[in-house]
Design a protein around this ligand. Structure first.
Ligand code: UDP
Length: 387
């Protein structure tokens, strides 16, 4: 029987975790519901996919709790968390299982699951290391997981390892790599891509793309630094500042206006035609300066048959075999990025070989069907354990 799942996510914007949950919630849509703690475009996308959605807005004190926030901030958020947990608990009795897709959602789910005796699965999409999160937040989420999570689905080995290194119990962690629907990325309408190229004024120009929200640790500035020594090359920066990184986005825009770069950096904002844009570029650059938990864009670039140059850290190491299915560089090394881009643009044969090998691996190892099968199996395991 299809399990009835109450999915929880604290944001309404479309980050990688939300796009992944969209696929998962669509798969389990019958009898399930997604509860969001904030309204936004994620709700529209879920509803368009036939998923029942409800928004229970988080009190401001909860929204204000930040990744690096200390104990005081966490304590101020506590009454709001309890309020949300009560709201979730009221609904939880109609479901077999609570499935949290983010850290804040997990904290709320852990309490609600405890009160209603519903098992809680936490889909962990963050690297719980000091580069990304403060000690308080890590201690709280890992402590709750150890006591009350039936299972932690980590989106990479790197994420699972960081969870265990932060004190998490290895017995509850399972690695489930992100899976992506290949049909969206492998083939696209060529004429549409050419029209897009013309509309951006890029006919005949070599183009590199970064497909990530604008955020300091996503490292778009590293590509701008690299571009300074690649005078012919244009860059597409696809994505917007999702989580209060407007100051970084503004600094990028100023930098892109500097002599030598002006006219070659194209800020496209948040787009929902990523497959066409991937097919437009010659190389996909992934420039994160801190370890990436997984890196959907890396797989998407590979599926689209583009050579991918990525940062050698985190989950990306589980996706790219350096020199074979992509190129890996030290985080933040603009000189190495410039050399790798020059190399791929000057050697189309090499670029094609890497892209073809990357596409084959992405199709085989990161398919959506594989991810959904794994999640189904883990959910079944959790539900069987409480029978
Ligand atoms: N993305 C998008 N529109 C944009 C920029 C990015 O739909 O303008 C998508 C991208 O295709 C990928 C996701 O956002 O599926 C980003 O996921 P990733 O794991 O790379 O990073 P995260 O946002 O989870 O840190």
């Amino acid at each position: 029987m299809t399990p009835r799942i109450l999915f929880l996510d604290h944001v309404g914007v479309l980050g990688g975790g939300e796009l992944s949950l969209l696929d998962i919630a669509r798969h389990f849509a019958a009898g399930s519901r997604v509860l969001l703690f904030e309204d936004g475009p994620f709700r529209d996308r879920l509803e368009a996919a036939g998923v029942v959605v409800e928004v229970v807005t988080a009190p401001a004190s909860v929204s204000r709790v930040r990744r690096a926030g200390g104990t005081m901030q966490a304590l101020r958020g506590l009454p709001g968390v309890l309020k949300l947990a009560r709201a979730v608990a009221r609904r939880a009795r109609s479901y077999d299982l609570l499935y949290a897709n983010s850290q804040k959602a997990f904290i709320v789910a852990a309490l609600a699951g405890r009160w209603t005796r519903r098992p809680v699965v936490w889909h962990l999409r963050d690297l719980l290391d000091a580069a990304h999160f403060g000690n308080t937040q890590r201690r709280v989420v890992v402590g709750l997981a150890n006591r009350w999570a039936a299972c932690v689905l980590a989106n990479s080995e790197a994420t699972a390892t960081a969870f265990v290194e932060a004190g998490g119990r290895a017995e509850i962690a399972r690695v489930v790599h992100n899976g992506i629907a290949p049909e969206d990325f492998v083939e696209v309408d060529r004429a549409g891509v050419e029209a897009l190229r013309d509309s951006l004024g890029l006919r005949g120009a070599p183009v590199v793309g970064v497909f990530s929200r604008l955020a300091a640790w996503k490292g778009q500035h590293v590509l701008l630094d690299a571009l300074a020594s690649l005078p012919e090359v244009h860059a597409l920066l696809v994505g917007t500042a999702l989580f209060e990184e407007e100051a970084y986005a503004a600094a990028l825009r100023r930098r892109a206006e500097a002599p030598g770069l002006a006219g070659r950096v194209h800020f496209l904002g948040f787009r929902d035609d990523i497959p066409a844009l991937l097919h437009l570029v010659d190389v996909v650059a992934h420039t994160s300066t801190a370890p990436e938990p997984f890196g959907r864009v890396v797989v998407e670039g590979m599926l689209a048959g583009r050579p991918v140059v990525a940062t050698r850290a985190g989950g990306v190491l589980e996706i790219i075999d350096d020199g074979m299915t992509g190129l890996l560089l030290a985080p933040g090394d603009a000189g190495a990025l410039a050399r790798a881009l020059h190399d791929l643009l000057a050697s189309p044969e090499k670029a094609r070989r890497i892209a073809a090998a990357g596409q084959a691996v992405a199709l085989e190892r990161f398919s959506l069907s594989r991810m959904l099968e794994q999640i189904e199996r883990h959910i079944e395991e959790v539900l069987n354990a409480i029978k």
